[in-house]
Design a protein around this ligand. Sequence first.
Ligand code: FAD
Length: 463
Amino acid sequence: MASYDVIIIGSGPGGYVCAIRCAQLGLKTACVEGRETLGGTCLNVGCIPSKALLHASHQLHEAEHNFAKMGLKVAPKVDWKQMLTYKDDVIGQNTKGVEFLFKKNKIDWLKGWGSIPEAGKVKVGDEVHEAKHIIIASGSEAASIPGAEVTIDEKVVVTSTGALELGKIPKRMVVVGGGVIGLELGSVYARLGTEVSVIEFMDGITPGQDMEVARQFQKILTKQGLKFILGAAVQKVAATKTKATVTYKMRKDDSEESLEADVVLVSTGRKPFTEGLGLDALGVQMTDRGQIATDGSYRTSVAGIYAIGDVIDGPMLAHKAEDEGMAVAEMIAGQHPHVNYDVIPGVIYTHPEVGSVGKTEEQLKAEGVEYKVGKFSFMGNGRAKANFAAEGFVKLLADAKTDRILGAHVIGPMAGDLIHEVCVAMEFGAAAEDLARTCHAHPTYSEAMREAALACGDGAIHA
Ligand code: FAD
């Protein structure tokens, strides 16, 4: 039996970042991971592999649609096996990187599935280890389609995990769920030549997104070949070994329709993963959504046990899990950290990308806040035009009286990077004028951000 200051269960972005911070703060730390490799959903079957496939398929799109315009003559051919090998190499580099960081920081990796037989103890295999503090970072798993008959086989009917390693590129794919994961992976296959249909229960895609952005996003994806069936509730997915039929009901008139596909991707959200931890017996309080209930300091209802990341409330995002991981480590070490949940960016890594932070226009209206909008189209941005990336816009929302930035929504090139300028500005309580008066290098996409800030005042220059 080994004794630690902290044992973390799960090595996803919440768990591994937490372990590194604990070690940096002088705490004797171990991290339990049941997978073969470290890094959790994010590095193994989530953020990183999906971005590798998005990158590869975007290069194909550029070669097919834009290279010739620039005088580059190529005839690209897809080698799917090699694309998957590239994706697996990227995963390997990243998971090995975490392993290296564990060694560097003298963090013990306890290999196997962990449970908590009692507060202060973690069991892995036959071994029981002691810990003053236990942090649960066990993450999430794909949820099924609410109220529908469906069996996932990860070959014909797949979650995102199966979609990242299909045996071949399907001719037809139905994506159930028009959220971030479904649209990213749907984009990958659409670029590879698959006929992709997205069935979404709501009347628009990416629920919760600023609606003007969501509408523009849908238009752009439609132009790229994705088909959308909105306001439809999937009833059943019936599969054979090679294809599946998806039956759905249109919500407006209850009419029943069906679609055939070679692959059905179920991307209707994720749910917390707590199996095997022994939380019931411990009496750890759960929320009615199956998450571990925590207080503002990530403490569960059992003393000495904390929880962070996808397994607790809040957006299921890697960077949210990381921030909570650092915060709980610092708290245990006696510091006073703070995670600002009002400034957590969200990004969709399609092309164009979508990046957002803070309030949407719909939220401000609902809250009765008086606001102004500064908008700037990438059509007015020289760099974007040169790079065939002028679709989309920046929309900055600022308080009508004080000019304080309340939110930003970007659809356009590198939106996922551009958004961070606004995150920093919001953390400092900046006004739109602060952004507008900051010199931005020319020619960059970030000039569009400044122009949107100028549009909150006396007007954008290139509009
Ligand atoms: P996880 O990453 O889920 O890690 C939990 C780990 O705990 C797992 O490795 C699991 O094996 C281990 N574990 C669980 N129980 C035990 C146990 N009892 N014993 C030992 N080990 C255990 N988020 C973003 O921010 N950006 C993105 O671009 C993005 N893309 C995504 C794409 C896809 C396809 C998917 C599925 C998700 C994506 N996400 C993205 C979400 C992101 O992956 C999660 O929010 C993030 O991984 C959550 O981190 P976590 O540390 O809470 O848990």
